[in-house]
Design a protein around this ligand. Sequence first.
Ligand code: ASP
Ligand code: MG
Length: 411
Amino acid sequence: MALIVQKYGGTSVADAKRIKNVARRVAARHKAGDKLVVVVSAMGDTTDELIELASQVSDHPEARELDVLLSTGEMVTKTLVAMALHSLDVDAVSLTGAQAGLQTDTAHGRARILAVEPARIERELERGRVVIVAGFQGISEELEVTTLGRGASDITPVALAAALKAKQCEIYTDVDGIYSADPRIVPDARRLQDISYEEMLELSSLGANVLHPRAAELGMVYDIPVIVASSFNDEPGTLIHGGVMMEQFNKVRGIASDAHVAKVTLRGVPDRPGIAAAIFEPLAEHHISVDTIVQNTSVERLTDLTFTIASSDLKQATKIVEAAAKQIGATEVLAEDNVGKVSIVGTGIQSAPGYAARMFRTLSDAGINMEMISTSEIRITCIMKATDVEKAVKALHKAFEMEKAEASELS
Ligand code: ASP
Ligand code: MG
């Protein structure tokens, strides 16, 4: 009898029929003998609708009230799933994030989990109940309701799995798992049988919207095996884990792409200590995350500095950077939207010769101009025009023969 934490995303619980489908899946697993904690998201587009409602009554809804409002989305789902289980004769109880012991800081709208106090869940499990938990929400030390950030209900099940020492965490969504590239761009993209935490973290941070990057990070830190699979079929999904994958070392496993990137360039930046901090500190204070950063070598003690951010942050970032530029005496700020990024990801690819060269050759053969390049241990990223992203992904998927099954999948 294993303790399993499951999570069902918004599309998997979008209406009553789907909620009944989830209840049937949970009931079958419960009858097979597993102890289950089930985390749920808000139904369908509920969270967007609640935000829209708030904006209709106020230009600047207070963060505290907005969090309480948004937390109701997940509350509706958790109660309905519990009721659906009751009608299948399964003993189930639903809990809010606070009741489930999810303690967070006070950063409304983007709260971080500080601790999980799982005593209540453990008591319910001991009584033989299935425990349904509202995802995406917690409670602060001041007993204020908090939410973890858009799309962040994935974090709840991994945090609970860590606190409860569960055997594994299963994230059910509307796709079959993690793919070698976005299947909407590359029709013969393959579902990966497994992937390492590090690779998943890179892929999710780079725009593969299947699993929240903070969930991949938590899984890695607490070594929780995470399975991503569909709630609409019984396909095995993708296992994210920390095992050493000898066969897959030094291979490109996934291509991440994002066509909604913006680029900010500062021209004529005086080359002296503290300049980068003067630019990036205020961005960090406004929670704007900066991606690729390139600083040129200086000519006559002046340099150029370019970095990328999400398109949605461009307006705010430009304002902040213009103020910083004035302060440090940079001559010009250029903001450019419609930029894209494409990355190849795989453990060990940076240390293996030839991957970068092959990537650059492939892109140049496709007539794509690379504007910036950045690398990590397990990733090579190229910044390009947003309109080149699809072409780049297709060409790279082919060049690295990613449509072919991996050795371990042939048996
Ligand atoms: N309901 C929340 C959102 O839409 C959390 C989630 O679904 O991940 O952002
Ligand atoms: Mg979601």
